[in-house]
Write a new protein. Sequence first.
Length: 206
Amino acid sequence: MARVSQEHLDARRRQILDGAARCFARNGFHATSMQDILREAGLSAGAVYRYFRSKEELIEAIADEAFGGIRAAFDQAARTTPPPTPDVLLGRVLRRLLVDEVPGGDPRAFARLVVQVWTETLRNETLAATLAEGYGGMRLSWAELVAAYRAAGQMKDDVDADYVARTLIATAQGFIAQQALFGDVRVEVLEEGLRALMSMRDPSIS
């Protein structure tokens, strides 16, 4: 029997995750069954269960993938000299997540899925641990970026790096929430808005 290539395995896994993401975004986690996911992905039960044993594993895989993509973008930026400013970096990360590499192919649906993941962590300890690990990783990545900003003379050192990290993560989370609730939120809006805020000066300082 011919061996199945890694490329084929990866494509099949992608097919399952995209189908699950569409189902979850459309109907919610609890109203979606594994049968729904099988139909959406167009695969047999055996094909799907080879990769994921349960709906919970699919949810966790989607969450892991989202955090992995964000963390990779942050880590890449931290290695750039000088590092991109927050407006450029957040735009790059969110464009990758919500435009270029959207699981399921629908930006608003995926944003709704992310919001569902946040809510699900209140009752699912495994997912809560995944979220906490991803959030902690992003805070560390941003703290490294703050250090790079300071080394390049782009930022003063009078504010804790973690404060900056948490504020910028909150900005990204707010953008995703807007996309989930209202749709049609272009990444350029975030980039331009941040750029305007970053250009502000305190008039009391001469």
